[in-house]
Design a protein around this ligand. Structure first.
Ligand code: HEM
Length: 141
C-alpha cells in the first residue's frame, strides 16, 4: 500500500483518484449528494439551479489541484482564484462541514485506496477552512 506521505509527490494523487474519469465520477457523486442531503440544502441553494457547469469546474479544478493536467485554466482561464470564486458567498463553518460531508460520502462510493480517501479529505479541508476565514472577513462576521 502507498503511504499517505507519497500522495503529495508528482501526480500520484491524480493517478490514485483515477485520472479524469475517476474525478468526473467523484464530483458527480459529490454534487448528487449535495443535491439530495437535507443537511446540504443550504449550500446547494448557493449554487446555480443547473449544476452542469459546477460539476465541470470542480472536476477540472481538482485535476490541476492534484497535479494532473491543468484543465481548469485551459478551459476557464487563469483569471479566477479560489478566494475570488467564493468571496461573494457567506460561507461559515456549518457550510464547510456540509461540503466536507458531501465529499466524504462521495469518496466512500469510490473504488479508492482507504488511505487515499483519508488523505484527500484532510487535504480538502485545508482550502475549505481557509475559505471560511476569508468569507467571514469579507462579510465582516
Ligand atoms: C467550504 C465550503 C465550500 C462551499 C460552501 C462552496 C460553495 C461553492 C459555490 C456555491 C460555488 C458556485 C459559485 C457560483 O456559481 O456563484 C462554488 C464554486 C467553486 N468551488 Fe466551492 N465551495 C466550498 C469549498 C470548495 C473547495 C474546498 C474547493 C476546492 C478544493 C472548491 C472549488 C470550487 C470551484 C473550482 C468552483 C468553481 C469556481 C468558478 O470558476 O466559478 N470549493 N463553490
Amino acid at each position: 500500500m502507498t503511504s499517505s506521505t507519497t500522495y503529495g509527490s508528482g501526480d500520484t494523487s491524480y493517478q490514485a483518484a483515477g485520472q479524469l474519469s475517476g474525478l468526473t465520477q467523484l464530483v458527480n457523486d459529490f454534487y448528487d449528494m449535495m443535491d439530495s442531503l437535507p443537511e446540504a440544502a443550504h449550500i446547494r441553494a448557493m449554487h446555480p439551479q443547473d449544476l452542469t457547469v459546477s460539476r465541470d469546474k470542480l472536476t477540472l479544478f481538482l485535476s490541476s489541484w492534484l497535479n494532473g493536467p491543468r484543465l481548469y485554466s485551459e478551459k476557464y482561464g487563469k483569471g479566477i482564484t479560489m478566494p475570488q470564486a467564493h468571496a461573494h458567498l457567506p460561507i461559515d463553518d456549518r457550510d464547510r462541514s456540509a461540503w466536507m460531508e458531501c465529499m466524504n460520502l462521495a469518496l466512500q462510493k469510490q473504488d479508492y485506496a482507504e488511505d487515499f480517501k483519508a488523505y484527500l479529505l484532510t487535504q480538502l479541508n485545508v482550502p475549505a477552512s481557509r475559505l471560511v476565514t476569508l468569507c467571514k472577513r469579507h462579510h465582516n462576521k
